[in-house]
Ligand binder design. Sequence first.
Ligand code: UGA
Ligand code: MN
Length: 264
Amino acid sequence: PTIYGITPTYARLAQKADLTRLSQTLMLVKNFHWIVIEDSETKTSLVENLLKESTLKYTHLNVKTHKSKHSTVMDVNICVFKTETITTSWYCASGVEQRNVALNWLRGHLKDSDDKRGAVYFMDDDNTYSLKVFDEMRKIKKVGVWPVGIVGGMRVEMPLVTDGKVSGFNAVWKPFRPFPIDMAGFAINATLFLLHPEAKFSRKVQSGFQESEILKYVTTKDDLEPLAENCTKVYVWHTRTQKPSILNPKKLKHPPLPDDHIEV
Ligand code: UGA
Ligand code: MN
């Protein structure tokens, strides 16, 4: 079976560094198919070349999030989305449109394919993945879950396991979420996306509820399969790359040579 990794990505100074680190981890994973969706009007040559130069099996897609501004009201991020015809306020979350485009691509791909088996994993482009997390995914029957390191204000956010079943969650950030679990903490049998063609992410849920949104279509808490040694091991970390601060050459007494012709 194939592991389908779904990764939204957007242009920023550290993008190539993050994608290089991630792609070179993924090159060590057997039977892996990377679906990369750029948050942009058009595909960029930076991402295209990075994918081409990798040894990965990949699909390169793009869709732009039309986010124009956002504000925080009562601890919830509200975004304003502009399309040609309407302006709406919805909750701010990254990757919603991108992951949905990937899921639609995947449905088409699986329908045409003899091998409909596989696992679907939603991967941020800046997380850190041990090869061990992919080995765990190969055991999934429906939906597998495991701990995620350094997330939600905790050293580790994790499902609690009693007698081999998920009995609760150790989470402190919005513990009232139906599934208080990060995107990196679960993977879903690919066939379930054919059985549930309506399963998708939504703009209409508050921040932190995207994971619960997709999981509600395909599983219940009782059906979750605890992996990573009954959820006692950390094989993925929600690392975040620090935003680099670059000095403005115009404001320097001794400016450096121009470097715009160099891809960073
Ligand atoms: C957390 C979760 O781990 C994400 O899975 C979730 O999408 C995100 O919150 C959210 O709901 O906003 P966090 O580290 O805060 O992650 O988010 P990012 O890593 O900045 O973004 C998640 C993914 O979306 C990344 O792969 C990033 O490249 C991409 N992204 C981010 C875009 O495609 N467009 C953007 O404008 C921002
Ligand atoms: Mn991230």
